[in-house]
Write a protein that binds this ligand. Sequence first.
Ligand SMILES: NC(=O)c1ccc[n+]([C@@H]2O[C@H](COP(=O)([O-])OP(=O)(O)OC[C@H]3O[C@@H](n4cnc5c(N)ncnc54)[C@H](O)[C@@H]3O)[C@@H](O)[C@H]2O)c1
Length: 396
Amino acid sequence: MSTAHDMPAAPIKTLDKDGREITTVGFNRFGFDSEVPIDVLRSLYLRPHYVLKANELQTLPTAMEEQQNAQFTQGADYQSKSIYHPDTQAISYTTLSRFPPVKLLPMTARKRILVTGGAGFVGSHLVDRLMLLGHEVTVIDNFFTGSKTTVSHWIGHPNFEMVRHDVVEPFMIECDQIYHLACPASPPHYQFNAVKTIKTSFMGTLNMLGLAKRTKARFLISSTSEVYGDPEVHPQTEDYWGHVNPIGPRACYDEGKRVAETLTYGFQRQDGVDVRVARIFNTYGPRMNPYDGRVVSNFIVQALKGEDMTVYGDGTQTRSFQYIHDLIDGMIALMNSDETRPVNIGNGDEFTIGDFAKLVREIVEKVQDEDGVKRKRRVEIKYEPIPTDDPQKRRP
Ligand SMILES: NC(=O)c1ccc[n+]([C@@H]2O[C@H](COP(=O)([O-])OP(=O)(O)OC[C@H]3O[C@@H](n4cnc5c(N)ncnc54)[C@H](O)[C@@H]3O)[C@@H](O)[C@H]2O)c1
C-alpha cells in the first residue's frame, strides 16, 4: 500500500529577500561563468556524512527526513554513509560511488587552483564551487579547525587532491591561482595559541606569496573586517585604515591579517605578484563549527537546545551577516576581476545583536512548531559583560 511518504514531494523553493526564486548561485558575468545549480551544491552539505548503526534501525534517517532532504536536493544524493557495528566496536567506511557532475572545461579554461585552509568552513564551500565549475583543485590544510569530512565527497575525483600540510612550512606545486585562506577564524580558536595564529598569518602568507611569485599564479588572500578593529568610521570603507589594539587578546588575528596584507602589497610592488585582497565580513552557513563561539552558531545552538541565549554587552552593538554562497560568489568574482585594491565582501543589512538574538529565536520556534517539537519554556535572552576589544559597529 502506498503511503504519503512514497509520493514525490514538491520541491522546496528558495526565495531571495525580494521574493524571487533562486535556482543557481554564482554569476555568468564579467567575462566568466561561476554559476552552478543550488540543488547540487546543497546535496553536498545538507545531509552531512553520517554513520548508521548496523542493528539499530532507529538511527536510520526516517522516511520523512529522506523526503525533506530530497525536496531540497531534488534527489541528488552525493553523501557517503558509513556503518557502525556496536557489538564489535567497528566501523565500515564507505566512499562515494558517484561524484556530482562537474563542468567539462577546455584545457585553456581549466585552472590549477590551490586552496589553503580548504577543509575549513569557507574553504570547503569554495572547493565545492571550484570543483563543480570544472577546475583542478588542491587543498592544503593542517586540520587545526578544519576537518577532512567537509571535502571528503571529492576524495578520489580526478580533479581533486588533498594534502595535510602546515602553511608555516614552504609548499611546492605548479598552479595558476592561489586562494590563501589558512588561518583559524573564530576567537576561541585563534586565541587558543596566539603565537601560532600570528605565525600562520605571517609565515603562511610569506610562503604562499613566494609560491605565487615563482609560479606567476594569481594570489587572493582572505583578509577580514577585523583589520578595521573597533572602527571610528561607519560603514567601513576600504580606504579606512582602522582602529586596532596591537596588544589586546584579538591582536594575534587582527594584526596578523594586517601584516598579511602588508606582505601581499610588498610582493605586488617589489615582485609584480598579481594580488587580490578580500576583506571578509561576518559569514554564516552550513558546515560552521557549531561550537566555534561565533554569534550566529552560538545563538542557533542555544535556541535549539532550549538554553538561554547569551548576548555579550547590552546588545546594541551591530553586525551584518552574509550567507556563505554570497561570499563565495564575491571571492570568485574578485579573483577573476582586475581589482587589485582591497575589497570588502559582506552584507550591507545591519542588525543589533539584541535584535538578531530575537530573530534567531523566532525562526527556531517557527521551525520547531512546523516539526511538532514541544518546548518546555521560551528561551530567554541573557546579558553578560562584553569581551575586551569587541567592536561596537560592523558594516561593509
Ligand atoms: N567566517 C568568517 O566569518 C570570516 C570572516 C572574515 C575572514 N575570514 C577568513 O576566511 C578564512 C577562512 O575562515 P573560516 O571561517 O573558514 O575558518 P575555519 O577555521 O573554518 O577554516 C580555516 C582553515 O584553515 C586551516 N588552518 C589553520 N591554520 C593552518 C595552518 N597553519 N596551515 C594549514 N591550514 C591551517 C584550518 O584547519 C581550517 O581548515 C580565514 O582566513 C579567515 O580569517 C572568515
